[in-house]
Design a protein around this ligand. Sequence first.
Ligand code: GLC
Length: 431
Amino acid sequence: MNNCWFHKAKLGIFIHYGIYAVNGIGESWSFYNGTISYEDYMKQLDGFYADKFHVSAWGDLIERSGAKYAVLTAKHHDGVALFDTRFSDLSVVKKTPAKRDIVKEYAEEMKKRGIHLGFYYSLIDWSHKDYASVYAAGKVPDNPKEINPFTSPVDGKEDPEKWRRFLDFNNNQLRELLTNYGKVDLLWFDGDWERSAGQWGLPGFKDYLKSLNPDLIINSRLQGYGDYKTPEQGIPITRPEGDWEFCTTINGSWGYQPRDNQYKSLSQILRIFCDCISMGGNMLLDIGPRQDGTIDSRQEAILSGLGSWIREHEEAVYQTDEGIGTCYYLGGSTISADRETLYLFVYDNPKESICLKGLCNLIKKITVLHSGKELPHEIHGGVPWFEIPGTTWIRLTADDCHDLVTVVKVELEGKIKMYGSSGEAVTHNET
Ligand code: GLC
């Protein structure tokens, strides 16, 4: 997907908005895991007013963050649709005092601002009467106590007819989402783990979605049939294969939980972002609006701060490819689309210089991206007649650094070429 908008977008904003914000409890999982009864969980429907929900405020913030796409929870595992669906009464339109099609307002706003439109859709629906009709991969657990009644029948008997009806229901809702709200760019599935690929009707199910929109991008939570991987909460240490996106919360919660004050700092979030793009991935950063539609000022501050940094360093972010890796440079990096510029991310203040190993190209110029200041460099070692490059030392001190991450722009003669071998004895000398 290298030429696709998704690869170049780098930052997306995830929005977990739902009735769980009324009590400020875990989205869907709180009743599934028994911390609240299903009935009490659903009482939150009565407290969902969305009375301060101004979609332009969301749009402003998302645009300010520098994100190029957004993904809103159109329906979480609790089955409560944020959109007006003909196929169920369980929606914020029909069952809450808000009586608004949140998805519609959001979709229009994203389109207006040129932000790619994404919907999160849970394949799981723990409220649907036909959902708990089969077992994961058809296997009945040996111990009936392991069966969660929201997921599977408790009597050990499958009902394939009900399951068929449930799949039709998902297909119908997805058709609504893909055809009633303009062109959707991305579908973000979740919950595939409760059924096998065969039970989800794959690959036919994917073909069906693509028949409604051939350009649709689908995340990988589709039992191996999606377009890109979605590591979650723990940053990948080795690069995931192919396209990928790291989804993360700002504190520890997806939805709004006022008691969760464990916020990551702006510089931590930015560091995570730089690590993602350095390894060729995107970051999908989550916000959890309050029930009324407003957003906690701490979440707003992170998004705004991230956006200011991105705007100052745009050319090192969008349109770039993954960098050279930490064996060459102890930090993050990206490479321009023409492969003639290398951007080095400097996370800490260096004492004297930063060190770049294995670069084969001649260097045209080195500058600090945010200030334009030109930096001197020295090259030591190397055996040009063996094509073994020396080590480049770029003089950079704390005074040259940005408050957050500093970007050093290295302009090269020709397309970047890195030396990747383990060196060798120099069996003849030319000096
Ligand atoms: C997990 C959870 C879910 C959350 C999602 C976001 O899969 O089931 O609550 O929405 O992660 O990535």
